[in-house]
Design a protein around this ligand. Structure first.
Ligand SMILES: [Zn+2]
Length: 397
C-alpha cells in the first residue's frame, strides 16, 4: 500500500492532474482504510485517467488489481457528457449517493432522511443528525458563556463581544469566536422557539442536570425534529431480533416498503399483481399477512409457537405484542424474533421472485426461519439454553 500511496502522490505533480477542489489546500488525493481505497481528484478526463494509469501500473507490479464490480466513481457537479467520457475511459460505473436526485434522474424515497435520523420509537433508525448535534454542542458553549459568571473567559466575551446588548444581538467579529457561534445557530433556533428568552428557558428546563452541568444529548433532543411515537417499536428493535429483520419490519410496520402498489401511486406504472399468490394487488396489508402464501407461512410460524387458530394481520400482531413487550421470558423474545423474521422472509421471497425469478416453497422458508430464530434465541438466552433447546426441539417437527 505504501507503493500505491507513492504512485498516487506522484500523479498530482503532473501538469494535467488537478486536485479535488475541497482537497487541494491540504494536498489530499487518497485515503486508505483496511482494504478500502478512496481517491479524490477533480472531475475531468485527464485527472481521472491519470489515476486509472497509476492503478494499472500498481496492478502490473503487485498483481493487485481493482475489482470493476466493486469500484465506483462518485461525481458532484460534473456535466453528464464528462461523466460519460470518464466512465468510458476507466470502465468503472457511476456510484449513487443516498437521497440524491437531479433534473434527469429522480430517485424514489419511501422515507425522508430527517425521519431516518429520529429514534427507534419514532420510526427512525436512531442515526445522529449531524447539524442538530453540532448545534446542541454550540448550545453548550453559549450556556457556559451565559452562566459562568466567575470565568474570566465568559467575562471577557461579555465585556468586549456582547457589550451592552445581549449575546443574541451582538455584532459578530471574527475574533469573538463564541459570539460568532451564536450567529451560526440563532436564526433557525430562535425561529423554532420564538424568542431568545423562550429558548434560554427551554435550555434551562430540559438540558441542565441536577448538579448544574449542561447535557448535550438533552439539548440535541430539544432541537431535533420529533415524530409521533410508535407503540410497537420496542417489539421490533429488541436484542432478540436480528438488526436486518428489525430494519425491514420497521419499514413494513410503517407501510414504507416499496411495494408495487406504493410505486404505482408514485407514478411508476408496473403490473400490481402480488408475485407470491398471484391473486391480488400487492399492498402492505396484503403482504403482511392477508396474502395466501405469506399468511400460510405466518400461520405455520404461529403454530410452531403454539398459537393455533388465529387469523391476523401485521398491525394486529404488533399491537398484541406491544401490550406484552414488558415480558422478559424467553418466549416473549421468541415471538418478537419470529414476527420480524417472518416479515423479512416474506419480503426476501417477494424480491427473489421479482428480481431473480427464483421461487421457494413455504415448507423450506419455514425451516430456514426456524433455524435462524432458534440460533438467535439460544444465543440470547444462554442461561435457559437447555430448556429452550428442549422446548424448541420438541415442537421442531
Ligand atoms: Zn399475495
Amino acid at each position: 500500500m505504501e507503493i500505491l500511496s507513492r504512485y498516487l502522490r506522484q500523479i498530482c505533480s503532473l501538469p494535467q492532474v488537478t486536485y479535488h477542489p475541497k482537497c487541494a489546500r491540504i494536498k489530499l488525493n487518497h485515503l486508505i482504510f483496511a482494504d478500502d481505497l478512496m481517491i479524490f481528484v477533480r472531475g475531468d478526463v485527464p485527472s481521472v485517467t491519470a489515476v486509472a494509469h497509476a492503478l494499472d501500473k500498481f496492478g502490473s507490479i503487485s498483481g493487485l488489481v481493482a475489482n470493476p464490480d466493486k469500484t465506483e466513481i462518485y461525481f458532484g457537479g460534473v456535466h453528464n457528457d464528462v461523466k460519460a467520457l470518464i466512465t468510458q475511459a476507466t470502465g468503472y460505473s457511476e456510484g449513487n449517493y443516498l437521497w440524491q436526485s437531479s433534473v434527469d434522474h429522480q430517485k424514489i424515497y419511501m422515507k425522508s432522511w430527517a425521519m431516518c435520523c429520529s429514534p427507534w420509537d419514532e420510526g427512525g433508525f436512531n442515526i445522529k443528525e449531524v447539524l442538530s448535534w453540532n448545534n446542541a454542542n454550540l448550545c453548550k458553549g453559549i450556556w457556559n458563556l451565559l452562566h459562568s459568571s466567575d470565568s474570566l473567559w465568559a467575562q471577557w466575551h461579555k465585556t468586549y463581544a456582547v457589550k451592552q446588548g445581549t449575546i443574541w444581538t451582538a455584532t459578530v467579529k471574527p475574533a469573538h469566536s463564541k459570539v460568532g457561534e451564536v450567529s451560526c445557530i440563532s436564526g433557525s433556533l430562535l425561529e423554532k422557539f420564538g424568542t431568545a428568552v423562550f429558548f434560554e428557558r427551554a435550555l434551562a428546563k430540559t438540558c441542565v442536570s441536577k448538579n448544574g452541568k449542561f447535557v448535550v444529548h438533552k439539548a440535541y433532543d430539544l432541537i431535533r425534529n420529533h415524530y409521533p411515537k410508535l407503540r410497537w417499536a420496542h417489539v421490533i428493535w429488541h436484542p432478540s431480533v436480528l438488526p436486518k429483520h428489525s430494519f425491514i419490519a420497521t419499514l413494513a410496520g410503517q407501510h414504507k416498503l416499496p411495494t408495487v402498489n406504493s410505486l404505482c401511486r408514485r407514478g411508476l406504472y408496473l403490473t400490481n399483481w402480488c408475485v407470491l399468490c398471484k391473486h391480488a394487488m400487492e399492498t402492505h396489508s396484503h403482504l403482511f399477512f392477508y396474502c395466501a402464501f405469506a399468511g400460510d407461512l405466518w400461520r405455520k410460524v404461529l403454530a410452531w409457537m403454539g398459537l393455533n387458530g388465529r387469523t391476523s394481520n401485521l398491525r394486529r400482531e404488533l399491537h398484541w405484542c406491544s401490550l406484552r413487550q414488558h415480558r422478559r421470558h424467553w418466549k416473549a423474545g421468541w415471538y418478537r424474533c419470529c414476527l420480524s423474521a417472518c416479515i423479512y422472509t416474506v419480503w426476501q421471497e417477494r424480491n427473489a421472485r421479482i428480481f431473480a425469478g427464483h421461487e421457494t416453497d413455504v415448507a423450506i422458508l419455514l425451516k430456514q426461519l426456524q433455524f435462524t430464530v432458534k440460533v438467535r434465541i439460544l444465543n440470547r438466552h444462554t442461561k435457559d439454553s437447555r430448556m429452550v433447546t428442549t422446548h424448541l426441539s420438541s415442537i421442531y417437527a
